[in-house]
Design a protein around this ligand. Structure first.
Ligand SMILES: NC(=O)C1=CN([C@@H]2O[C@H](COP(=O)(O)OP(=O)(O)OC[C@H]3O[C@@H](n4cnc5c(N)ncnc54)[C@H](OP(=O)(O)O)[C@@H]3O)[C@@H](O)[C@H]2O)C=CC1
Ligand SMILES: O=C(O)C1=N[C@H](C(=O)O)C[C@H](O)C1
Length: 272
């Protein structure tokens, strides 16, 4: 451990991503686990964060006092729920620290509140923190620009584990936004998120989404560009949650010393 290590708080410590983050922060140079936060009333409060994450004791008890932890920290890694991330964004703004948000499924109202918190906090947010997916987003934008809507239909397919609560995934929406940007259209006005029954033929220029859920799948995403007699498929497979954790930590380190504002992984990775 060094004096210059960035002091990070992992919120949602008991979750799938929370446990992964605790393990990766513990093993990475340049960062230190300052605190771990659990949901008030959760049985993990008071337990050692390392034990919860399968590391053995590391001397950091899980607490339910986020503001106390944030005021003495430099960054927060947050993969929780929309309401919790909105609440923590306001606390990160109060503490003037870096807030890395991986939580998906936020409403437009949640988005507005997170953006407001970025007046004082340094917020870095993405539906997917991995390098591979962010590169896929760039490739999707290029492909959508190159292949005209008149002959090429865009469909986005995703599959995740059976516990996932939001759909389409944050990544699918990120890829949809990239495709819409390449086409110069608004995703909100052109997306087809559900098909059922007699839907009629596909409308030209729409971007379709299909969602699969099951088992322990970490994250599978494909962007399919379907033309007459040919098809281009761009895809990404996540096999280990550590890719999201490493990306989130890289984002926190990137945000250290930056001005308050709202950033994405494209800024962090220099892909913007
Ligand atoms: N952007 C990215 O790269 C990625 C994003 N995600 C997203 O991250 C989010 C979490 O995913 P995952 O880890 O699988 O989900 P989990 O349900 O496993 O974890 C969420 C955790 O947050 C905790 N939590 C909820 N409210 C609070 C609170 N007020 N204070 C402290 N902790 C709280 C929950 O506690 P409890 O269990 O007690 O309710 C739970 O432990 C999802 O939105 C998912 O889509 C996931 C992977 C990558
Ligand atoms: O809930 C998950 O697990 C994941 N969520 C993110 C999403 O909604 O895209 C990122 C990743 O695919 C895993």
């Amino acid at each position: 451990m060094s004096e210059t290590d960035m002091k990070l708080v992992v919120v949602g410590a008991a979750g799938r991503m929370g446990q992964t983050l605790i393990r990766i922060v513990h093993e990475m140079d340049g960062v230190r686990l300052h605190a771990a936060i659990g949901r008030p009333g959760s049985p993990v409060i008071g337990r050692d964060a390392g034990e919860i994450a399968g590391l053995g004791p590391i001397g950091v008890p899980v607490t339910d006092k986020p503001l106390e932890a944030f005021l003495d920290a430099e960054g927060v890694l947050d993969f929780t729920s929309p309401a919790t991330s909105v609440e923590f964004a306001a606390l990160a703004a109060q503490a003037r620290i870096v807030h890395v948000i991986g939580t998906t499924g936020c409403s437009a109202d949640d988005d507005a509140k997170i953006l407001a918190a970025a007046r004082h906090a340094r917020i870095i947010r993405s539906g997917n923190m991995s390098l591979g997916v962010n590169l896929l987003g760039v490739l999707t934008e290029k492909a959508a620009r190159a292949l005209p809507a008149a002959g090429w239909d865009i469909e986005i397919l995703e599959m995740h584990h059976k516990h996932k609560v939001d759909a389409p995934s944050g990544t699918a929406l990120l890829l949809g936004e990239a495709a819409a940007k390449g086409r110069g259209i608004s995703l909100a006005q052109h997306s087809v998120r559900v098909r059922d029954g007699h839907t009629g033929a596909r409308s030209r220029g729409t971007i379709g989404f299909a969602t699969l859920r099951g088992g322990s799948v970490v994250g599978e995403h494909s962007v399919i560009l379907a033309g007459e007699g040919e098809m281009v498929t761009l895809s990404h497979s996540a096999t280990d949650r550590s890719i999201f954790a490493r990306g989130a930590i890289a984002a926190a380190l990137w945000g250290r010393g930056r001005k308050p504002g709202f950033y994405t992984m494209l800024d962090v990775l220099g892909l913007n």
